[in-house]
Write a protein that binds this ligand. Structure first.
Ligand code: NAD
Ligand code: UD1
Length: 313
C-alpha cells in the first residue's frame, strides 16, 4: 500500500482518480480549495480519504498535505479556455504558481513520483494529425500557455533536482461528475444536461471542429500506471483514445442517446478554440502499457446514463 496525494480531488477527474485509489485500498489525501470542485463529488468515498481544504499555491497547506506521501497526482487547476481569456492573470497564478509550489514542496517532501495533468491544448492548431509529442507547441490561449508552462517545470524538476515527474497530456476528458452547471463547463456535460432538460444547446462555429473525446476511466488508469513508471521521468505523454469526432457528430449521438429531437443553435466560433484534436497514443503504450479500455461510444452511453440517474435523484 502507498500514500497518494490527489490535488483537485474534489473536481471531476481528481475525484474519479481518488475513488479508484480508495477502492484499491491505497491511502489517499485530497488537497482542494473547492473553487470549482465540490465536496459532494467525494461523497461515495469520503470516509476513505483525508481531505485538506487548501490552496495549491500555499506552501504550508501543500507541505501539510504531503506528509508521508509517496506519489502526487496533481490535477488541481482552473481548467477552462474561456475562463483564461477572461482572467489570464488568475489562471496563470493558479496553474503556474500552484504547480511550481506543488513541485517544490514535493521535492522537499521526497516523494517518489509526481504526475501532472497536462493538456492537449499545448499543441494548438498544429497542421498535422494525429498530434504526437515531438510536435512543436503552439498554444492558442492563456490556459494552454499555463498548462504548457507546468510541463516545462515538471521536466526541469526531473533534470535539475531528480524528482521523477511525468506530464500526461489529456485530450478532452468526459464522464461522471463533470460539472454541467458552471459557466466554464465542458461541451459533453453541457449538451447532455441541456438535452435532458429539453433545452437547445449551442454549437460554436460550424460544428465541424473535432476532438479526441476520452472517457475518464482511461485517464484514471493512465495516472495509476504513470505514477510507478519512474523510467519515464521528465517526459510528457498523450492520453486519449486516438479517435476524433466532430461536434456535430457528438451532438447527434447525445441527442439520440437522450432520445429527444431538438436542433442545436449555431453561434460564432469561440476565441482561442483549437480546430482539430486527435492524439497519437503510441508513447503512452510504450512507456507504461496504456491502452484505451473504454471507447468514446461506450463512455458516452455510460455518461448519459449517469447524468440521467443523478438528475432523477
Ligand atoms: P475540475 O475543475 O473539475 O477540477 C479541478 C479541481 O481543482 C477542482 O476541484 C478545484 O476546486 C481544484 N482547484 C482549483 N484551483 C485550486 C487551488 N488554487 N487550490 C486547490 N485546488 C484548486 O477540472 P477537471 O476537468 O477535473 O481538470 C483536472 C485537471 O485536468 C486540470 O489540471 C485540467 O487542466 C486538466 N485537464 C482537463 C481536461 C478535461 O478535458 N477536463 C483536459 C486536459 C487537461
Ligand atoms: C478542454 C478542457 C480543457 C482541456 C482541453 C484539452 C474543459 C472545460 N476544458 O478544452 O481543460 O485542457 O480540453 O483537451 O474541460 N463548445 C460548443 N458548445 C458549448 C461548449 C463548447 O460548441 O456549449 C465547443 C467549443 O467551442 C470547442 C469544443 O466544444 O470547440 C470543446 O470545448 P470544451 O469542452 O470547452 O473543451 P476545450 O476548449 O477543447
Amino acid at each position: 500500500m502507498h500514500k497518494f496525494l490527489v490535488t483537485g480531488g474534489a473536481g471531476f477527474i481528481g475525484s474519479n482518480i481518488a475513488e479508484a485509489l480508495v477502492s484499491k485500498g491505497e491511502e489517499v489525501v485530497v488537497l482542494d480549495d473547492l473553487s470549482t470542485g465540490h465536496e459532494a463529488n467525494m461523497e461515495s468515498f469520503r470516509s476513505g480519504v483525508t481531505f485538506v481544504n487548501g490552496d495549491i499555491r500555499d506552501a504550508e497547506a501543500a507541505a501539510h498535505a504531503l506528509e508521508g506521501v509517496d506519489y502526487v497526482l496533481h490535477q488541481a487547476a482552473l481548467a477552462s479556455v474561456p475562463r483564461s481569456i477572461e482572467d489570464p492573470v488568475l489562471v496563470n497564478d493558479v496553474n503556474v504558481n500552484g504547480t511550481i509550489n506543488m513541485l517544490e514542496q514535493s521535492r522537499l517532501a521526497g516523494v517518489k513520483g509526481f504526475v501532472y495533468a497536462a493538456s492537449s491544448s499545448a499543441y494548438g492548431d498544429s497542421e498535422k494529425l494525429p498530434k504526437h509529442e515531438e510536435m512543436l507547441s503552439r498554444p492558442l490561449s492563456p490556459y494552454a500557455v499555463s498548462k504548457l508552462t507546468g510541463e516545462y517545470y515538471c521536466s526541469v524538476f526531473s533534470t535539475v533536482y531528480g524528482l521523477p515527474t511525468l506530464s500526461l497530456r489529456y485530450f478532452n476528458v468526459f464522464g461522471p461528475r463533470q460539472d454541467p452547471a458552471s459557466q466554464y463547463a465542458a461541451v459533453v456535460p453541457i449538451f447532455i444536461s441541456k438535452l435532458l432538460d429539453g433545452e437547445r444547446p449551442t454549437i460554436f462555429g460550424d460544428g465541424e471542429q473535432s476532438r479526441d473525446f476520452t472517457y475518464v476511466s482511461n485517464v484514471v488508469e493512465a495516472n495509476l500506471l504513470a505514477a510507478r513508471s519512474a523510467g519515464a521521468a521528465g517526459q510528457m505523454v498523450n492520453i486519449a483514445c486516438g479517435t476524433r469526432y466532430t461536434l456535430n457528430d457528438l451532438y447527434s449521438r447525445i441527442r439520440s442517446l437522450v432520445g429527444i429531437d431538438i436542433e442545436p443553435l449555431y453561434e460564432n466560433p469561440r476565441t482561442g478554440d483549437v480546430k482539430h484534436s486527435q492524439a497519437d497514443v503510441e508513447r503512452a503504450r510504450e512507456l507504461f502499457g496504456f491502452s484505451c479500455g473504454v471507447s468514446f461510444e461506450e463512455g458516452l452511453e455510460k455518461t448519459v446514463e449517469w447524468y440521467r440517474s443523478c438528475m432523477c435523484k
